[in-house]
Unconditional design. Structure first.
Length: 161
């Protein structure tokens, strides 16, 4: 566990510390997109879990997938039996108020948001994800990451790009 680290979004830090999992925070040059974050941080793009907020009339769903993939709204909607579309930025700010725009952590459980994870992340030994800003990543063991996802559904809903 990291103590006294202010580079994490407060809700994320509280969630990680409460869970008692080991994690590391890695600084990297500012980068606006997940693929650019992977390059700037020198981590494999298929192990960088990005988060995309989707929504419909029933509420938000956080889709978590590798940065090398693109979410298919059609596939995730079909898998969940919903009609999901990308959430607008102002709605993202409501659920992830302690995060920079576009730097949502891949743990919807830390924010009380239903989460669906692409199966392509199921076997990753190490997983990296945004810490809530555009300059830090959380790195953790894949087993701990999967445990933190709790009851998240695992589905096939992304397209490798």
């Amino acid at each position: 566990m990291m103590a006294l680290d202010t580079s994490l979004a407060p809700n994320l830090k509280s969630h990680l510390d409460t869970a008692g999992v080991y994690y590391d925070v890695r600084a990297h040059p500012w980068a606006p997109t997940a693929s650019q974050v992977a390059q700037a941080a020198h981590v494999p793009g298929d192990r960088l879990a990005k988060a995309v907020l989707l929504h419909d009339g029933a509420g938000p769903v956080l889709a978590v997938l590798p940065s090398t993939h693109q979410v298919s709204e059609e596939l995730v909607s079909r898998a969940l039996g919903r009609s999901l579309e990308l959430a607008p930025e102002d709605q993202i700010a409501v659920y992830f108020a302690d995060c920079a725009t576009g730097a949502v952590p891949a743990l919807g459980t830390a924010y009380g948001v239903e989460t669906v994870v692409d199966r392509s992340l199921d076997t990753s030994e190490t997983v990296f994800f945004e810490a809530g800003d555009h300059r830090h990543l959380v790195a953790m063991n894949g087993t701990a990451f999967r445990r933190l996802l709790g009851t998240a559904r695992w589905e096939n809903f992304s397209i490798h790009r």
